[in-house]
Ligand binder design. Structure first.
Ligand SMILES: [Zn+2]
Length: 220
């Protein structure tokens, strides 16, 4: 029975997604370019599912299969252990989507303009803070949401979508081969942990202090 309810909720999320598609006027010209990225939480410890894991609850229950082949869908993001705490924007950008799913709670999309093109970060199981909605400009590290309470299933889901928004940008999973109208994993999704690590702000130059001479760059 639980799996039936879950499938219904997921299907509902996809329907809601279409109704909440962002419109061009949510792409704000005053957002700063996304020069660097950071992790949205202060610690980054994996939960049950990584990028490309079969989409199952921690107890192994499958969340979704292709109707014909029975193939289990694959997770487009990474799940992170967390308590209920603030969630930060991964980079400068604009909130372009917010949906609520009865099972997965709130989902948020933030659109970033990077030197390599548009990137959209996806945050699931979060509640936006007051004053944050579609069209809000955010800067890297700005707290815009809090982790949602899902009881023993509380965790954070984060994904990175390389490209402009389409209806699949919301997906928390995709089939291993095209089915039921959905493209095959990974589609435009990339490993989110590897992406952030590759786009972190470089550490500032190390300085050493000599008595009375002030900071001096280490020559290494
Ligand atoms: Zn997830």
């Amino acid at each position: 029975m639980l799996s039936v309810i879950s499938k219904a909720s997921i299907a509902a999320a996809f329907v809601v997604t279409v109704a909440w598609s962002p419109v061009p006027n949510t792409i704000r010209a005053d957002a700063q370019p996304a020069d660097y990225f950071q992790f949205p939480l202060p610690s980054w410890e994996p939960h049950c599912l990584g990028f490309g894991s079969e989409w199952r609850y921690c107890n192994g229950t499958v969340l979704r299969r292709c109707s014909g082949s029975g193939a289990v869908w694959l997770h487009t993001g990474v799940d992170i252990k967390t308590e209920i705490q603030p969630v930060m924007a991964a980079a400068n950008g604009v909130i372009i989507g917010y949906i609520v799913d009865p099972t997965f709670r709130g989902g948020v999309l933030i659109r970033h303009e990077t030197p390599d093109g548009v990137v959209i970060t996806q945050y699931w199981h979060v509640w936006p803070r007051a004053g944050y909605s579609v069209g809000t400009v955010v800067t890297r590290g700005e707290v815009f949401a809090d982790i949602a309470d899902m009881g023993s299933r509380t965790h954070f889901h984060f994904a990175v979508f390389n490209g402009e928004y389409d209806s699949h940008t919301w997906n928390g999973a995709l089939p291993p081969a095209r089915c039921d109208g959905f493209p095959a994993f990974p589609y435009n999704f990339v490993d989110p942990t590897a992406f952030v690590q590759a786009h972190l702000e470089p550490a500032p130059p190390k300085v050493v202090h000599h008595g009375g001479h002030g900071p001096q760059e280490v020559d290494t």
